[in-house]
Every structure is written in structure tokens, then in C-alpha cells.
Write a protein that binds this ligand. Structure first.
Ligand code: PLP
Length: 450
């Protein structure tokens, strides 16, 4: 069969169900209706094989920051494919797109984060980080400093290394995890804060890092990895006291800080990087997604001078065939040019971000909605049967969020649910009118969930 976007939906779904294994999908939940097949997209809008127009409030998987359908990126890919479709950067070779993108990222990144190791995705970049920080301490004559601390409910990717750094228990249970990785609790005040004020709770959760370091032995801890704002965990924005205390502890014990900016980077929080907004001084930043607005698969680690120097002094036996892929680098460079020329980060910070915040927070008066959290263009609504006591839905965890997600879907709005948190992360180019549509459809879907 030759399939195309003109093939009837039923046939596309039938072949999809017969041959295509989907990531993070429970086929029994799909039932007979099958997957929704997306055929094209423009700006913030998707079109499916039934001709519906759907507002994508997730920017794909938090990545299509400049929106769909930008011809400049297609042109950049075409130009690069004709000039040099592939070459690698192994064994003392290099090429112009990788050189230019590394230099551009060094300009954009804060502090002395001046060197880039490329990967094909965020997961691969975090695997790089895992090996890089252990290699760093080995090279410094401290091979026992090999334990890495992450957070429960953090997400760093799906490869074995990245999954082990993350704290998704459902992933750990499927196939096992690597040794030498420990986890501390997440700063989710709404669900876990008990009687504490958010500020007290933020300090308590940050101090778990110090306790964990002392439990392991300070001379055995290589690094702490965290997302500045937990994305896949449900857009968990830490209380204000949390990050300054984390930075103090990391400094005190001299351990490396890895900020996983795969979602938060490239304007999502209204800054080029969330570390800048939160006053963090990471030694390594993980990047992917918004780097190319998802038009090409690319990720990487932006590394501080000290770590780059040590790693450069040994042969780091690590790299991917597609590290610094020329087409992906060319597309990323063009994406960054557009971000800068169209002042997309500034727009999120000063204009559409504050507007989205005001409109999204207005959903807080809905009877189902407890906490509303938002920073820049990522936000979450905690659904609750009783907001006064921050009650969770206990009958079947995740069910209410799932129902709400299904209602959004039926109302041609893509929002995601993480348990009973509804989350958004729209393209950064979303307009005020589109923000109004997003909030109206979200409210309608909440009404229909009750
Ligand atoms: N790190 C974070 C914070 C992420 O959100 C993700 C993906 O959602 C990853 C890493 C993994 O990136 P990828 O899916 O490109 O491997």
C-alpha cells in the first residue's frame, strides 16, 4: 500500500495499529478509536487526517518554540544538504555548521559555559553528562567521586543512563537502572508540602541534597542533576527558597551542577535559559528541543571552561555518529537567528508571557482547579476535589487528569496531563488571540470533566 496524507483516516489508523509501536502509549487506552493522525501544521495549529484544526498548547513535545511551518528552516536544511549533508567531528575533523553553532551557543550561554559537546537528543546529551562528570573526576585523581544525585519525578530522557538519572519510578521498574545514582525528593509543595509554608518546604527539600551528600560521603559525590523547572513531572515550579539553597550546597561541597535545560532553555521561561532566571551557576547545561525548535533532532551539553579543559586533556571515548550533524546544526543556527531577529525571548518575557500568565491564572477560580503555576510559557493546573485542603483525587489516581485531557482533545486543544496535573507549553510565538482560545477551550474542557 502506498500511504499518503490523502489516505482515508480509517486506513491510516489500521496500518498504524498493525505495525507501529508508539512511545509512552498504552494500546488498551487507545481502544478501537486508534491514534489521532496529524498530517500538517502551521504556526500553533495542527491539522489531523479528519481535517480538524487543533491548537497545540504543548508545542509538540515542548519543542516547536518558533511554531510550525517556517520556510527559512526548510531552506537552511536544503542548502546544507546540498553543500555537505553529512560529515562527522570525530578523530580530529570538524565542519562549519558545528563550529558556528558551538560558537553561537557559547555566546548565548551564561558565565563560562563556553564549550559544546553535541548529541542527537536530550537523552543522549544526559548520557554524555553522566560519563563526562565521572571521567572528569577520574582525570582529577578522584575516581571514587562517581555518585550522581538526581530527583524523584525528574525526567532526563529514556536511554538507560538518562532514565537512571531521572526519577520516574514507572520507568525504573521496566528493565532496571544503573548503579551509583541516588535521588532526593522533588519540590512539589502542592502535593507534598503538608503543613509547611512553601518557603519552609523549599528549604526542607533543598536540604535533602545536603543530607544525601553527607550520607553518601562528600568525597564520593560527582554531580547533582536537575531541571530548573520539572517539565514531564508536571511543570513543578519550586518555591523561591529552593534554588538559592541548592546553589549554596553545591558550592559548599564542590560538586558539579548539571542544569537540564532541555525544556527550559531557549526562551521557554522568558529568558534564554532558566538558570539565568533562577540565579543558578551550572557547570554543565543539557540542551535539545528548542535548540532547533524540533525541526531537526539535536541536543548537546554546554560545558564550563574548567570541565572542558580537563575533559579535553584526556581522550573522552564518547560520541555519536550524529554528534553535530551538519544539517541539524544549520537548522539550529537558523532557528536561533529567527529567535533573535524576531525578539522571541523578549516577547515572552515582556508581552505574551505576562498575558498568558494573567489568562491562565484566571482558571484558578474553576471548582476543579487548585494550584495554578506558570513561568514564561510553561504552566500547570493541579486538579483537586477540595482546594481548601489540597486534596488529591484518591479513587483512581490520574483518571480525572486523563478525562480532562480527553475533553481537551475533543475540543481541539492539545493539553497534556501528568496524573491530575494539566500542563501547557505552547509555541513561544503564540498570539494573544490564540492565548484567549487556549484558555476558553481549557475552561470548557474543565467544565465537561466535572
Ligand atoms: N531532559 C528533559 C528535561 C526532558 O524534558 C527531555 C524530554 O522530554 C529529555 C531530557 C530527553 O530528551 P529527548 O527526548 O530529546 O531524548
Amino acid at each position: 500500500t502506498i500511504l499518503s496524507t490523502n489516505t482515508p483516516s480509517e486506513e491510516l489508523r489500521r496500518v498504524d495499529a498493525a505495525h507501529h509501536m508508539h512511545p509512552f502509549t498504552n494500546n488498551s487506552e487507545l481502544g478501537d478509536k486508534g491514534a489521532r493522525v496529524v498530517t500538517r501544521a502551521s504556526g500553533c495549529w495542527l491539522t489531523d487526517s479528519d481535517g480538524n484544526r487543533i491548537l497545540d498548547a504543548m508545542a509538540g513535545l515542548w519543542c516547536v518554540n518558533i511554531g510550525y511551518g517556517r520556510e527559512e528552516l526548510a531552506e537552511a536544511a536544503k542548502r546544507q544538504m546540498l553543500e555537505l549533508p553529512y560529515y562527522n567531528t570525530f578523530f580530529q575533523t570538524s565542519h562549519v555548521p558545528a563550529i558556528a553553532l558551538a560558537a553561537r551557543l557559547a555566546e548565548l550561554a551564561p558565565g563560562d559555559l563556553n564549550s559544546v559537546f553535541f548529541a542527537g537528543s536530550g537523552s543522549e546529551a544526559n548520557d554524555t553528562n553522566l560519563r563526562m562528570v565521572r571521567t572528569y573526576w577520574q582525570a582529577k585523581g578522584q575516581p571514587d567521586r562517581n555518585v550522581i544525585i538526581g530527583r524523584w519525578n525528574g525526567y532526563h530522557g529514556s536511554t538507560v543512563g538518562a532514565m537512571s538519572l531521572g526519577g520516574m519510578k514507572g520507568m525504573h521498574e521496566q528493565g532496571g537502572v544503573l548503579d551509583g545514582i541516588e535521588h532526593i525528593d522533588q519540590p512539589n509543595w502542592w502535593s507534598e508540602g503538608g503543613d509547611m509554608s512553601p518557603d519552609e518546604f523549599g528549604l526542607e527539600r533543598a536540604r535533602q541534597l545536603e543530607e544525601k551528600i553527607l550520607e553518601i560521603g562528600a568525597d564520593r559525590v560527582a554531580a547533582f542533576i536537575a531541571e530548573p523547572v520539572q517539565g514531564a513531572g508536571g511543570v513543578i515550579i519550586a518555591p523561591d527558597t529552593y534554588w538559592p539553597e541548592i546553589q549554596r550546597i553545591v558550592d559548599k561541597y564542590g560538586i558539579l551542577l548539571i542544569a537540564d535545560e532541555v525544556i527550559c532553555g531557549f526562551g521557554r521561561t522568558g529568558n534564554w535559559f532558566a538558570s539565568q532566571a533562577l540565579g543558578l551557576r551550572p557547570h554543565i547545561m543539557t540542551i535539545a528541543k528548542g535548540l532547533s525548535s524540533g525541526y531537526q533532532p539535536i541536543g548537546g551539553s554546554i560545558v564550563c571552561d574548567e570541565v572542558a579543559e580537563v575533559i579535553g586533556g584526556v581522550e573522552f571515548n564518547h560520541g555519536y555518529t550524529y554528534s553535530g550533524h551538519p544539517v541539524a546544526c544549520a537548522v539550529a543556527l537558523e532557528n536561533l537567528r529567527i529567535m533573535e531577529d524576531e525578539k522571541i525571548v523578549e516577547r515572552v518575557r515582556d508581552d505574551t508571557g505576562p498575558y498568558l500568565k494573567e489568562r491562565f491564572e484566571s482558571l484558578g477560580d474553576h471548582p476543579l482547579v487548585g494550584e495554578v503555576k506558570i513561568i514564561g510559557m510553561m504552566g500547570s493546573l493541579a486538579l483537586t476535589p477540595n482546594k481548601a485542603i489540597r486534596a488529591p483525587f484518591t479513587s483512581d489516581v490520574g483518571t480525572v487528569g486523563f478525562i480532562c485531557r480527553e475533553r481537551c482533545f475533543a475540543n481541539n486543544l492539545i493539553m497534556r496531563h501528568v496524573g491530575d496535573r494539566m500542563i501547557i507549553s505552547p509555541p513561544l510565538v503564540i498570539s494573544r488571540d490564540e492565548i484567549d482560545t487556549l484558555v476558553e477551550r481549557a475552561r470548557l474542557s474543565l467544565d465537561e470533566t466535572l
